[in-house]
Design a protein around this ligand. Structure first.
Ligand code: CS2
Length: 512
C-alpha cells in the first residue's frame, strides 16, 4: 500500500496529518549508499532545509546493491517514515525529499551520468568505512582490488571511487559545472580522504586520460569533511508493525532512530548547498575535532560495549550498558583513554556530551543490537583505537580498556579453539572473519593470536603492530576471557587502569 498525503498519524492519542514535510521540484543531490542512516540523517536535515528555504535540493538515492529498498521506495512514491524513538514515546515524520532511487550495481553508467548532470550539485556518500577501496597496508587506493583494477581498465565502474572519478571525468567534458562531494562516513578527515582516493584513481589512468578531470578537480570540485551522528538501529519486523499501527497505514521501510542528531560540516560547497542549518547542522572549521570526539568517545566506546555485551550474552546495547562491569569499563575508557586524546570543539561541554552518551546508549526502546555495532570491527576499529592507544603507550602507560576492546573483538570474531562466544558474536559479520578464524584455529593461546593479528597482519596499523607490551596485554585479556570469563577480564582491565591512572596522577602531583 502507498502512504498518501491524507493518511493520519495516530501518535500517542493525537492525530496529525501524515503529510511529507516537503515535495521538492527537482533533484540537486545524488546520494550514494541508500541505507537507513542516510534516510534518518541527511534526508531529515534536507527536509528541514527545504521547508525553511526551498531550492531544488531533492535527492536521487543510489543503493549500492540492494534492490529491496529501491523497490520499496518506488512502491511508496519515495516516501517512508522516520520513527524517533525516545524512552516512552515515538514520533513519526515523513521527510519526502527523495525524487528517485535506483541500484548502482545494476545501472553503473547511470551513476556516472547523474554525476555529470549539471543539475546535480552535491554528491553525498554513506557507503561505510568499507566502501572506499582504501588499502591500509599501502595507505593508498587499493590497486590490488579486482574491482578497482577493472574500473581503471574502463567500462562501467563498480567501485564507489571509480564511479566518482568517472562521473567527474564526464562532468569535466560536459562543461565542468562546479560540484561538491560530501562524505558522511565515520572516517577521520573524510573529505580529504575521499579526494585523495579519487585523485589517485585519475592519476592511475593510462596516458593523459585523467588530466582534464584532475584540472577540473582543482578548479571546481570541493570535498568538505563532515561528522555525522545519529544512532540508527536496523529496522525489525516488530518496528514495521509498530510504525504502521501508529501511522494508520502500511510502511514497509520505516527507519527507527534516536532523538539525538548531530551534523558538523566544513562550509566549502563549490556549487551551493541546502540551508541544512535549518535542521540544526553546524557549519564549522573544527570538523576534525568533532570527528575525533565522535569517532573515539562514541564509536570507540560503542565497540567496547558491543563486544563485552555480546560476550556477556546480551543482544542489545542498552542491556549491555546496564551491566555494572560494562558501565565501569565504558566510563574508564572514555575518561582515561579516549578523552585525553581529543581536542574538544569550541562551545561543546564535554561533560554534558559524555553524560548524554550514557543516556543514548541506555535508550532501551531503540533495541540497538550488539551484533550490529560489532559488525565490521576489522575496518571500524582501525578508525577508533590506534591513535588514542598510541598516545597512552608513548606516554609510558597502558591503555587497558582499549586492549580489552580488542580482546573482546578477537574473542567474538576469532575465538580460540574450545571457546564459544555465543550467538550474538556469531551474528557479527566481518570481512576479516575467515582469515582471523584461521589464525585462531592454530594459535596456542591469546598471546599468539594477538601477535598474529596485530603484530603480523597489522590489522590496526604498522605502529600499533610494533607495540609488544600492548599486544601482550591484549593476548592476556583474551586468555582471561577464555579461561575465567568476560567479567573477570573486565575486572582485571578496570582495576589495572585505576592503578595506572592513580599512580600517574600521583607522579604528576609530585612534579615541581
Ligand atoms: C556504531 C555506529 O555500528 C557502529 O559501529 O558505533 O553506527 C553509531 O551508532 C553511529 O556512528 C552513531 O552516529
Amino acid at each position: 500500500m502507498t502512504i498518501n498525503a491524507d493518511l493520519r498519524i495516530l501518535s500517542r492519542a493525537e492525530s496529525t496529518a501524515a503529510v511529507p514535510l516537503v515535495s521538492p521540484a527537482g533533484a540537486g543531490i545524488l546520494h550514494l549508499g541508500l541505507g537507513s542512516f542516510h534516510r534518518a540523517h541527511q534526508a531529515v536535515y534536507t527536509a528541514a532545509a527545504l521547508q525553511a528555504s526551498g531550492g531544488e535540493w531533492g535527492i536521487i538515492g543510489v543503493a549500492s546493491r540492494s534492490r529491496s529498498i529501491v523497490d520499496a521506495l518506488h512502491a511508496q512514491d519515495f516516501l517512508y517514515s522516520v520513527a524517533t524513538i525516545a524512552p516512552g514515546s515515538t514520533s513519526l515524520m515523513i521527510p519526502g525529499v527523495h525524487t528517485d532511487a535506483f541500484v548502482g550495481a545494476e545501472q553503473p553508467e547511470r551513476v556516472v551520468a547523474q554525476i555529470a548532470d549539471p543539475g546535480i550539485r552535491i554528491v553525498t556518500l554513506t557507503v561505510t568505512e568499507n566502501g572506499y577501496s582504501y588499502s591500509p597496508a599501502t595507505q593508498h587506493l587499493d590497486l590490488d582490488d579486482e574491482t578497482v583494477r577493472a574500473d581503471l581498465r574502463g567500462g562501467a565502474p563498480r567501485s564507489m571511487i571509480g564511479q566518482l572519478a568517472r562521473g567527474l571525468q564526464a562532468r569535466a567534458s560536459a562543461g565542468g559545472a562546479p560540484i561538491t562531494i560530501l562524505s558522511c562516513d565515520n572516517l577521520s578527515a573524510n573529505g580529504a580522504h575521499t579526494e585523495k582516493l579519487v585523485r589517485e584513481f585519475l592519476h592511475e589512468l593510462p596516458g593523459s586520460e585523467g588530466v582534464d578531470a584532475l584540472a577540473f578537480l582543482g578548479r571546481a570540485v570541493s570535498f568538505p569533511s563532515s561528522m555525522v551522528d545519529r544512532i540508527v538501529p536496523a529496522t525489525t519486523t516488530e518496528m514495521r508493525t509498530r510504525v504502521s499501527a501508529l501511522l494508520g497505514a502500511r510502511d514497509d521501510i520505516p527507519v527507527p532512530a534516536e532523538p539525538f542528531t548531530m551534523w558538523a560540516i566544513e562550509d566549502r560547497f563549490a556549487g551551493g548547498r541546502p540551508a541544512w542549518e535549518a535542521g540544526g547542522a553546524v557549519f564549522t572549521d573544527e570538523v576534525g575535532r568533532y570527528e575525533q570526539m565522535k569517532v573515539r568517545l562514541l564509536n570507540g566506546t560503542h565497540s567496547l560495549i558491543a563486544y563485552l555485551g555480546a560476550l556477556s550474552g546480551v543482544g542489545t546495547i542498552p542491556e549491555a550498558i546496564g551491566l555494572d562491569g560494562i558501565e565501569s569499563a565504558a566510563r574508564a575508557v572514555l575518561r582515561d583513554e579516549y578523552e585525553p586524546s581529543i581536542e574538544v570543539p569550541s562551545g561543546v561541554d564535554i561533560r554534558a556530551y559524555e553524560s548524554e552518551l550514557f543516556e543514548r546508549w541506555a535508550n532501551s526502546a531503540l533495541g540497538h543490537r550488539t551484533s550490529q555495532v560489532g559488525t565490521d570491527g576489522s575496518v571500524k576499529l582501525r578508525q577508533r583505537i590506534p591513535e588514542p592507544a598510541l598516545l597512552v603507550l608513548r606516554d609510558g602507560g597502558m591503555p587497558h580498556l582499549i586492549a580489552l576492546t580488542v580482546a573482546g573483538y578477537l574473542s567474538c570474531i576469532a575465538p580460540l579453539p574450545g571457546f564459544d562466544p555465543g550467538l550474538h558474536a556469531a551474528a557479527m559479520t566481518d570481512g576479516a572473519r575467515e582469515r582471523l578464524a584461521g589464525f585462531a584455529a592454530t594459535a596456542r593461546n591469546g598471546r599468539e593470536l594477538a601477535q598474529r593479528v596485530i603484530g603480523e597482519l597489522h590489522l590496526f596499523g604498522d605502529e600499533l603492530g610494533s607495540q609488544d607490551a600492548f599486544i601482550a596485554r591484549v593476548g592476556e585479556l583474551v586468555d582471561i576471557i577464555q579461561r575465567r570469563g568476560v567479567d573477570a577480564a573486565i575486572g582485571d582491565a578496570v582495576s589495572s587502569s585505576r592503578t595506572t591512572t592513580s599512580s600517574r596522577t600521583s607522579a604528576e602531583e609530585l612534579q615541581p
